[in-house]
Design a protein around this ligand. Structure first.
Ligand code: SF4
Length: 337
């Protein structure tokens, strides 16, 4: 069989068998992001957020990494694991937020602010990371910014909402925020939050920091997808202000708990481009391979390693480590990812 269309005609069970067999033959590992379709999550060897998965990629003894996520995530795996083959089932699975900023545009802004340090959210291209001083995730963005001299201006790319959140948390007034955003999180609105709360008054409301400020202000907690997974394990009722894929996975893991999405429309179409048929095709054909010019890869690795060194390596923070109290009062959260 040659085309994805032909693979799409196969039953899911046949695709799963094929995926498992090819994975073993290639000594491959499948990494699935929290926002992937449930059927992709089911065949993934590891699930998590972008950086956690890239750390898995760096540590794995596998020869081939198949990244089921979006393009910048597969790039990050390649940056940290240059000797491994990194494959994506669909090259069109990009991240619109990452695409808000290009290396050329960033170079122009840097020229206007020659004293500024550049902090790049991991949701950015390898070229943009290579132009940056340090990367951050939403769970360590506050710590990363606090590691820089307080008087030094900071160019923060590409997420304006995360930049404003960090500004508020650090009390800095010298953050120059790029005007990018994630359409999935930025589109969530207060009315949806109010409706979900009215329908599930016993549930806590947790929102990702890529959402708008008014949503963060109205939430009980602000935290990363990793923090949300931790909360789901410990709470019986949660309204999740993030992409539906995470909510679907938590509902599957805890069918007796009340887990609802804050917004039914919070679906990342880019993440959902990956399907079982494309994954089986990708393993059979060894495509699509992620390749980076070495100067870009090494420049991006420098910014990523600086962040990792600051954190003493990376792992998903627990809710306690993010500063969230889990019982009784409704705390305002802190960390993110
Ligand atoms: S959910 Fe948002 S940040 Fe994540 S891949 Fe989709 S558009 Fe990009």
């Amino acid at each position: 069989m040659g085309t994805v269309l032909e693979y799409s005609a196969l039953p899911a069970a046949a695709l799963r068998d094929r995926i498992h067999a090819r994975k073993a033959a290639l000594n491959a590992v499948i990494l699935g992001h929290n926002y992937q379709r449930v059927e992709i999550q089911e065949v993934s060897d590891y699930l998590g957020d972008s950086l956690g998965l890239s750390q898995e990629a760096a540590d794995t003894p596998a020869d081939v990494i198949v990244f089921c996520g979006v393009h910048f995530m597969a790039e990050t795996a390649k940056i940290l694991s240059p000797d491994k083959r990194v494959l994506m089932p669909d090259l069109r699975a990009g991240c619109p937020m990452a695409d808000f900023v290009t290396a050329t545009a960033l170079r122009r802004l840097k020229a206007e602010h020659p004293d500024a340090a550049v902090v790049a959210y991991v949701n950015s291209t390898a070229e943009v990371k290579a132009e940056s001083d340090i990367c951050c995730t939403s769970s360590n963005a506050v710590r990363v910014v606090e590691s820089l001299p307080r008087e030094q201006p900071i160019i923060f790319v590409p997420d304006r909402n995360l930049a404003r959140y960090v500004e508020e948390r650090t009390g800095r007034d010298n953050i120059i925020a790029w005007d990018g955003y994630c359409y999935v999180h930025d589109d969530m609105v207060l009315d949806e939050l109010a409706r979900a709360r009215a329908a599930h008054p016993q549930a806590i409301v947790v929102v990702h920091p890529e959402a708008r400020r008014e949503l963060l202000d109205a939430a009980d907690l602000v935290t990363s997808t990793s923090g949300m997974v931790d909360l789901a394990e410990r709470h019986d009722a949660v309204i999740f202000g993030t992409e539906r894929g995470l909510v679907d996975r938590m509902k599957q893991r805890f069918p007796l708990k009340t887990f609802v999405p804050l917004s039914g429309a919070a679906v990342c179409g880019n993440m959902k481009l990956n399907t079982l048929a494309k994954l089986a095709w990708c393993l059979d054909h060894g495509q699509h391979e992620v390749v980076l010019p070495e100067d870009v890869r090494s420049g991006a690795e420098r910014a990523l390693r600086r962040m990792l060194d600051l954190s003493g390596g990376w792992r998903a923070p627990t809710a306690e480590e993010e500063g969230l109290e889990l019982a009784g009062v409704r705390p305002r959260g802190c960390g993110c990812a």
